[in-house]
Write a protein that binds this ligand. Structure first.
Ligand SMILES: Cc1cc2nc3c(=O)[nH]c(=O)nc-3n(C[C@H](O)[C@H](O)[C@H](O)COP(=O)(O)OP(=O)(O)OC[C@H]3O[C@@H](n4cnc5c(N)ncnc54)[C@H](O)[C@@H]3O)c2cc1C
Length: 200
């Protein structure tokens, strides 16, 4: 959605196809990193998102023997010296509302890109959703994620792999008595080895 709307101020007509049914998604990240905040600034959305998130400028990692290390983002160069922790659905909502400001932009949820062909002048995209459709456009940007099939359709080689470990992420309110912002990595929590606070 961010890539789509970065083209909108130039007056281009943009259509976004998303196979999931809506923009309410579970979180896919601990936080928005400084380079991503720079991109969101170009869309005029950084301030709004920062107001709704929790900024993490220092991460302390504790092991069974005590403090293992500290990662201090406040020493970074640039405008954003923190990682912004914010639920994915909030980011998606802000991006969606911003997209609606542009008359030439639209997003179709529940619509999957099934096939595409291209020649020197245009791309022809077959989508299936509520109704199957064939759309032509000058340029197409595929942002279908690591499991997306579009690079396969385009015969682009990829060298993907697996880290061999699994993560479970959840957005939960922090009801403990701690104050301040924090991200906690805890080996004592065995399989549930990461806990992220979103509320102070
Ligand atoms: C445990 C974990 C923690 C992470 N933490 C961070 C973090 O703190 N900060 C950070 O920046 N990144 C983090 N990441 C990485 C981050 O989640 C990914 O980089 C990011 O989700 C990639 O975004 P994307 O839009 O490229 O792909 P995705 O988020 O995978 O989105 C792809 C979208 O395309 C849609 N789609 C797929 N195929 C089609 C199709 N054929 N037609 C239509 N729609 C389609 C999907 O439904 C989906 O909505 C983390 C990842 C993991 C696994």
């Amino acid at each position: 959605m961010a890539a789509g709307q970065s083209a909108c101020p130039t007056g281009r007509s943009v259509r976004i196809f998303e196979k999931s049914e809506g923009h309410v998604r579970p979180s896919l990240a601990i936080g928005i990193t400084p380079p991503s905040l720079e991109i969101l600034r170009t869309l005029g959305l950084d301030v709004e998102l920062i107001q709704q998130g929790v900024f993490i400028d220092r991460v302390m990692v504790h092991g069974q023997t005590g403090l293992l290390g500290v990662c201090d983002f406040s020493k970074l160069e640039g405008a954003y010296r923190f990682v912004l922790s914010i639920p994915q659905h909030v980011v998606m909502k802000v991006l969606h509302q911003n997209l609606l400001k542009y008359p030439g932009a639209s997003i179709s949820y529940g619509t999957e890109v099934k096939a595409l062909t291209q020649d020197a002048s245009q791309v022809t995209v077959t989508v299936s959703g509520a109704q199957d459709d064939v759309v032509t456009c000058r340029h197409m940007v595929a942002c279908d994620g690591s499991r997306g099939r579009i690079r396969e359709m385009l015969h682009i080689r990829s060298h993907g792999g697996s880290y061999g470990c699994h993560f479970i992420m959840a957005d939960i309110p922090d009801t403990r008595a701690w104050t301040g912002r924090r991200t906690c990595f805890s080996p004592q929590m065995a399989r549930w080895s990461r806990f992220l606070s979103l509320e102070t």
